[in-house]
Design a protein around this ligand. Structure first.
Ligand SMILES: Cc1ncc(COP(=O)(O)O)c(C=O)c1O
Length: 392
């Protein structure tokens, strides 16, 4: 059995990668240790790179559609990991999930319509509705015992008059793995209020035991008949540059409307490398995924222990899935701007500002620990050297 080396540091600068090469555009300065955008610094696994190389050997890269073996790899993965038994006729290639969310808004809502989110949340859930003339309505999450929780009374009140709810399952930035009971309540409220649910499950494959990901459509009949689910191998297998997502729509009416929209807009044909890579990931990726999860959990433990020891005023929400850590800096008594400036200009670490995730993100920052442990340590050392003066 191969043993994968996640400690290897792969230089990424100069490859036009967003995380390292767009620091200047995003932060205004590029002398930062990049701990922001959600891809990982690990090598994309060999079984994916080899599949792409093999496809290149044919030397003709013409229009390509999905193969039977790609379909089998995707449907088997859904069956074995999430208990979803389905056929390709209920699925559709989608280049990226954020684009998929934008497509749903185009297909099911009109400008001026309301879109429900729970904040803090992954910024495109706020920006995509806003940029397309929709209005996002937020039901703020509460922190209960150090984890995000939905205030269901507020959620139902805010759902009234909304057309769509965008659910991050698991959640980004908090890494919450929603329970079947929570998902059932979401489904019931959304059905009662005639709100279509978009279940974005891009982080699902990185759920840490003993937590267990539950795919939204599987929790009840109501959820099954009122949802569009997006999945992708892009986060787990570090291939976000390939645009290789899939949507799953079990309800025939919703499917007809959504797939009709995709087809009418010529959004149906995937791309040759996305199919090749996604098939390899889903067919050969289980061992790599398990070793990755072990390593990421090690990084999370390391970060937690480091903060407790050297910077106890800064606390973190322990992610139940994925490689993003939501850190709480309130106890330092800095304004949000002071905090952001200290990170950028003194610590020189590129973290995501909590305010990008909604107003409730004030005083928080998000750190990406999908990187070799030595880099996580370097980031924490830099942060501590600047903030320890405040941590008295
Ligand atoms: C919850 C969530 N959805 C979607 C995406 C991006 O998906 P895609 O690259 O397929 O648009 C991310 C990336 O961080 C994410 O965290």
């Amino acid at each position: 059995m191969p043993v994968y080396n996640f400690d290897e540091i792969v230089p990424r600068r100069g490859t036009h990668c967003v995380k390292h090469d767009m620091l200047k555009q995003f932060f205004g300065t590029d002398d930062l240790l990049p701990m922001w955008v959600a891809d990982m610094d690990f090598k994309t696994p060999d079984f994916i790179l080899d599949a792409i190389r093999k496809r290149c050997d044919h030397e003709v890269l013409g229009y390509t559609f999905f193969s039977e073996s790609y379909v089998c790899a995707v449907t088997n993965w859904l069956q074995t990991h999430y208990g979803i038994t389905t056929q390709w006729k209920n699925m559709h290639f989608i280049p990226g999930i954020v684009q998929g969310i934008a497509f749903v808004l185009q297909a099911f809502t009109q400008p001026g319509d309301k879109v429900l989110v729970t904040t803090p949340v992954y910024p495109p859930f706020l920006n995509v509705p806003h940029h397309s003339g929709r209005v996002f309505v937020s039901s703020p999450l509460h922190i209960v015992d150090g984890r995000f929780a939905i205030d269901f009374e507020d959620f139902e009140e805010k759902a009234r008059g909304c057309k769509v709810f965008i659910l991050a399952n698991p959640h980004n930035p908090g890494g919450r793995v929603w329970s079947p009971e929570e998902l059932r309540r979401i489904a019931e409220i959304c059905r009662r209020q005639h709100v279509l649910v978009i279940a974005d499950e891009i982080h699902a494959d990185m759920t840490f035991a003993p937590h267990k990901h539950t795919s939204f459509s599987t929790v009840s009949d109501v959820a099954f008949h009122n949802s569009i689910t997006f999945i992708a191998p892009s986060k787990t297998f570090n291939m976000a540059g390939l645009a290789s997502s899939v949507c799953y729509v079990p309800d025939p009416e919703i499917k007809k409307q959504f797939f009709g929209f995709l087809d009418a807009n010529e959004l149906s044909l995937g791309n040759i490398f996305a199919y090749t890579a996604a098939e390899a990931a889903f067919r050969h990726g289980e061992e790599w995924r398990l070793q990755l999860l072990d390593y990421l959990q090690g990084n999370i433990d390391f970060t937690e222990q480091y903060l407790q020891k050297y910077l106890p005023q800064v606390t973190m929400m322990r992610p139940e899935a994925s490689f993003l850590i939501w850190m709480d800096f309130h106890a330092l008594g800095l304004s949000h701007k002071e905090l952001v400036d200290k990170m950028l200009y003194e610590a020189k670490v590129g973290l995501n500002s909590g305010l990008d995730y909604g107003p409730d993100g004030k005083g928080f920052m998000r750190m990406n620990i999908g990187t070799p442990r030595a880099i996580v340590k370097e980031a924490l050392d830099r942060i501590t050297s600047v903030l320890s003066a405040y941590a008295t």
